[in-house]
Design a protein around this ligand. Structure first.
Ligand SMILES: Cc1cc2nc3c(=O)[nH]c(=O)nc-3n(C[C@H](O)[C@H](O)[C@H](O)COP(=O)(O)O)c2cc1C
Length: 371
């Protein structure tokens, strides 16, 4: 992508983009073949992919009336960092597919929208460059981690990320192997066009000739991650470690016992295990298990301010957004990323005012029809 131009007038507000979903079609028209299939697809028959967004609405809201909401605020503190609102940018790989400046462009949009972004280990920007940009913008950021079988290989890029100023690590624990992503596999010929993984370029070349039944494993991604890895990261880096990809109360407890500073309820955007529960349905048991000890975050299918409000009513401290941010980046660059987060923020404010919940702690389960 050399001659990148935004769609329309270049200003999503002027183009009347009124909901994040409005950006999906223009993004799909830009990203043909593999690039689009990679973004949009889920695992298997994509049951969980469909259910993730649908499940938020199933909880139903029971608003208060006659509440003074004239001083409404979405402000919160998360892991000691003050935030204007609870809508964060999820780590997603290879942003150079969507914009020539990759994650640096996403960071500009996230910063303008007053939020925090996690850089994917499989990002197209080095943690060192990303950290320099973030420092210049005076914005906090997190580094997402996929561990390698040889943990020393992981330390190579994590050392750099920490030196570059990452304020937390996001350890993804739901990917001992990829899921059956049919759309990606069908389009695999376009997989590597223009894409590099500069944080991982020290990994040895992938061996060829693995027997078919072993190809489920990527030889460089660890399939032996356990809670002791959380402890090891905390001990080595002395940073908060958010554990991403937990959907069960017992696993949330194991993560917290091992030193997790937060748990992210996530099924990887339904890209790994199909027929797994929607995250909206996994959240409450995790909050009940560990929510009094650590913040619980959630992602998966968040497309509306009411989805954010529902997540917070269920006990989440914050939400992360994956695909819509990519749609925004693809169509309008940083302005699109900013717009996606701001649309959700505005809709959250609308939802809070209509729920009679003028601050984040006012979003409680009592406002839900069904927990
Ligand atoms: C294209 C794409 C790439 C992703 N890459 C990563 C990644 O590198 N690391 C990671 O932890 N999660 C990754 N995820 C999962 C997201 O962090 C997040 O869990 C998910 O997108 C949330 O669901 P949503 O897309 O419905 O908002 C990726 C998701 C997508 C859609």
């Amino acid at each position: 992508m050399t001659q990148w131009q935004p769609v329309g007038s270049g200003d999503p507000r002027a183009d009347n983009v009124v909901s994040v979903q409005n950006l999906e079609r223009p993004a799909s028209e830009r990203l043909a073949g593999y690039a689009w299939d990679y973004v949009v697809g889920g695992a298997g028959k994509e049951q969980t992919l469909r259910d993730n967004p649908a499940a938020w609405a199933r909880h139903g809201l029971r608003p208060h009336s006659m509440v003074d909401v004239s001083h409404l605020t979405t402000a919160l503190a998360l892991l000691g960092t003050p935030l204007a609102h609870p809508i964060l940018v999820a780590p997603t790989a290879t942003h150079v597919r969507y914009h020539p400046d990759g994650e640096r462009e996403t960071l500009r949009g996230a910063t303008a929208a007053e939020t925090v972004m996690a850089l994917s280990a499989m990002g197209s920007t080095t943690a060192t460059d990303f950290g320099a940009d973030a420092a210049a913008l005076a914005t906090p950021w997190w580094m997402q981690v996929y561990l390698q079988h040889d943990r020393a290989l992981s330390h190579v890029y994590l050392d750099k990320a920490v030196a570059a100023g990452a304020s937390a690590l996001v350890l993804t624990v739901d990917t001992p192997s990829l899921g059956a992503r049919d759309r990606e596999r069908r389009e695999a010929s376009g997989a590597s066009v223009g894409v590099t993984y500069p944080n991982l370029d020290h990994l040895p070349a992938e061996p060829t000739g693995l027997p078919a039944h072993r190809r489920v494993w990527n030889p460089f991604y660890a399939n032996d991650v356990t809670p002791s890895d959380i402890t090891a990261l905390v001990d080595r880096y002395h940073l908060p470690v958010l554990v991403k990809g937990v959907v069960r109360a017992d696993d949330a407890r194991r993560a917290v016992d091992a030193g997790a500073a937060a748990v992210i309820v996530s099924n990887h955007g339904a890209r790994n295990l199909d027929t797994g529960a929607a995250t909206a349905d996994s959240l409450a048991p995790v909050v009940d298990a560990v929510g009094s000890a650590v913040p619980v975050l959630v992602d998966g299918g968040i497309r509306r301010g009411t989805d954010v409000a529902t997540a917070l009513c269920l006990g989440a401290s914050a939400v992360l957004v994956g695909r819509p941010v990519i749609w925004g980046l693809t169509t309008y660059g940083a302005a699109g990323v900013q717009h996606v987060v701001e649309l959700l923020r505005t809709e959250l404010e609308m939802a809070m005012s209509l729920l009679g919940a003028p601050s984040i702690p006012d979003l409680t389960r009592d406002l839900l029809q069904r927990v």
